[in-house]
Design a protein around this ligand. Structure first.
Ligand SMILES: *Cc1c(COP(=O)(O)O)cnc(C)c1O
Length: 390
């Protein structure tokens, strides 16, 4: 089965759909049993996808979990109330006091804050590493190192890590390898195929795809699924069946949405690369992006998210650019049907071991599904406002 077909068929077992196209929306805390024998059986099988208690999920959740485990090629999928919860709970499931972890310097900002503000108090030490470190990752592995955490492309600056090579080295030292695969979304990148143990996503982004549900997912391989599943249960992590239903609905159209996001973003990125006000483009499909060769080798394609650095500007110019945007709305997310824009002016707090050689403001855009002509006009008008205030 090709993967676009898998997106359509995933999780549609008769037991979940009861004869219609979509799974039943089953809202439940309590599951009631008809007999002692049935209750015993459900208790024994509670780690499998059987009705036991609301927190273990209902048929609606099982349908989504099946589809996502299939998408990411794992043994099972845990659901969390946000991407941030998926990241923190996946890490917490595999570390103990005295352990050391390796965290990519270009991690999503709250992932960094979780290490610096939560893990540190539990006696778990974090070392940040350059996303482009390559084989030198081995020099950072200590006797108490247990986990390598990857994110590719990196948040905001888009460096693409060599996931297979870093994973190979980590495995030589028996580390668990996890990745934030929100950009790769399971369709455009399949980390478990490259030896990664746990692939995490903010389903909030492309899976949900409509900016109306928060959700995180973590898909684990055979060796790590039992521990991830049990810890997620013990930490009380669950999502509402209504949200699971929305995520499954989003998943069905993810491939066609991504194709359009990619196409429109490539048009805009090509225009920006040649624009006199743009100092540097950070789009993984362009050779100017660090790790572009890894992207071409390991990913099936790009999507609507990329960044670019403007030539030196001032606050008034940036404000004029942003305040006047018509379709690119200001907001800290991406992956929905709509275009978004944000600016990052300083990387001082966000990066501790990676150099950022550019001086101008970095603009990150998520290119939505609006007509490309409207988006071009909007962005070019924004750059003209920027220039007018220089
Ligand atoms: C948005 C995002 C998250 C967090 O997801 P939430 O659902 O907002 O908690 C994690 N990682 C990356 C790369 C993200 O972009």
């Amino acid at each position: 089965m090709k993967q676009n077909t898998q997106l359509i068929t995933g999780g549609r077992k008769k037991d979940y759909t009861q004869g219609v196209v979509n799974p039943v929306l089953q809202r439940a805390s309590t599951v009631v049993f008809d007999s002692v024998a049935q209750m015993k059986e459900a208790t024994q099988k509670r780690a499998e996808q059987t009705l036991f208690y609301g927190r273990r999920g209902t048929k609606t959740h099982f349908a989504l979990q099946d589809a996502l485990a299939e998408l990411e090629l794992g043994a099972g999928c845990a659901l969390y109330p946000s991407g941030a919860a998926a990241i923190s709970n996946a890490i917490l499931s595999f570390v103990k006091s005295g352990d050391h972890i390796l965290m990519v310097d270009t991690a999503y900002e709250p992932t960094r804050d979780f290490c610096d503000k939560i893990l540190v108090n539990l006696g778990v030490e974090t070392t940040y590493y350059d996303p482009m470190i390559g084989d030198d990752i081995a020099t950072l592995i200590e006797p108490n190192t247990v986990l390598l955490f990857l994110e590719a492309p990196g948040s905001i600056t888009m460096e693409v890590q060599d996931v297979p090579r870093l994973t190979q080295i980590a495995k030589q030292h028996d580390l668990i390898v996890m990745i934030d695969n929100t950009y790769g979304n399971g369709l455009q990148f399949k980390p478990l195929q490259h030896g990664v143990d746990i692939s995490i996503q903010a389903a909030t982004k492309y899976i949900v795809g409509h900016s109306d549900v928060m959700m995180g997912i973590a898909v684990a391989n055979d060796a790590h699924w039992p521990q991830l599943r049990e810890n997620s249960y013990l930490m009380g992590q669950c999502v509402s069946p209504d949200d699971a239903y929305s995520a499954l609905r989003g998943l069905r159209t993810m491939a066609v949405r991504l194709a359009q996001h990619e196409k429109s973003a490539m048009v805009l990125a090509n225009l920006l690369e040649q624009h006199p006000l743009v100092d540097h483009l950070r789009h993984p499909a362009f050779s100017s992006c660090p790790g572009h060769e890894h992207f071409m080798r390991d990913f099936n394609g790009s999507n609507g998210l990329f960044s670019f650095v403007l030539k030196d500007g001032n606050q008034a110019a940036i404000t004029a650019l942003l305040d006047g945007m018509k379709y690119f709305k200001m907001g800290y997310s991406w992956g929905g049907f709509e275009s978004l824009i944000t600016v990052t002016s300083s990387f001082k707090r966000l990066r501790t071991v990676t150099d950022w050689p550019y001086h101008g403001p970095l603009i990150r855009v998520h290119v939505g599904l609006e007509d490309i002509d409207d988006l071009i006009e909007d962005l070019m008008a924004g750059l003209a406002r920027f220039q007018a205030h220089l």
